[in-house]
Design a protein around this ligand. Sequence first.
Ligand SMILES: Nc1ncnc2c1ncn2[C@@H]1O[C@H](COP(=O)(O)OP(=O)(O)O)[C@@H](O)[C@H]1O
Ligand SMILES: [Mg+2]
Length: 257
Amino acid sequence: MQKSRIIEISHLTKVFQGGKKRVEALEDISLEINKGEFVSIIGASGCGKSTLLRIIGGLDKEYKGKVLFENKPITAPSRQRGFIFQDIRLLPWLTVEDNIKFSLPRTTSDINDIVSKKLEIVNLKGFEKAYPKQLSGGMAQRVAIARALANQPKVLLLDEPFGALDAITKIKLQEEMLRIWESEKITMILVTHDIDEAVYLGNRVVVMSNRPGRIQKIHDIKLPNPRSRISHEFNIQKEIIYKEFFGDIEVPFSYSI
Ligand SMILES: Nc1ncnc2c1ncn2[C@@H]1O[C@H](COP(=O)(O)OP(=O)(O)O)[C@@H](O)[C@H]1O
Ligand SMILES: [Mg+2]
């Protein structure tokens, strides 16, 4: 089957200019993403990962270069490109189901049906009437995922979505994300500073250099899904990426940057 391009970024450069202060956030980024891919983008804090996602999301239009979604320039945010952030941003005065409904256009038909299906996908059936304060961090992030899915995006932009969760919840949600990706066939672009997460989820891992963010290397991860985090092949992949960041020094496998 012919692979179709969904995102095309070429020679993207982004400079923040505020008075005398000038920050070169991204430099000459070129990246093509095919429909249905799961791309992990990894890099140190401040290397421009969020800036890159915001540009793909249409939240920042001041840049040099070309950024296309389905062959058209991205000029504004769109429901076709959903966001999931580390800070979950649920409205505390609304129930779980109303938080999801609130994000949908008023004209959406079958709204109850959509909400119910998406809550089922994230294993939250039975929590429709709960309020955000009654949920754990992991459950709240599941609601945010259901909310993003309810808008039926073609691309999901995930900005360190599991960064604030404890290690066990994080692993569970990574597994669920993989299942959702396989069932919903959405193109995923995941920004993370966790090498384990990047390799576990991505079919490609884009490694960014320190500021100004450039693409240092792109790794194809050919391991079959679901991946075994304790397999030799998985750990070799991680080691290769660790060594790119830290040189040849010995680093423990559980280290994140
Ligand atoms: N609105 C802004 N104004 C000025 N500088 C910014 C702005 N947003 C981000 N930056 C700077 O751009 C660089 C990249 O930021 P960011 O994309 O948030 O990095 P990351 O997500 O990889 O941690 C950082 O040095 C940051 O301070
Ligand atoms: Mg960031």
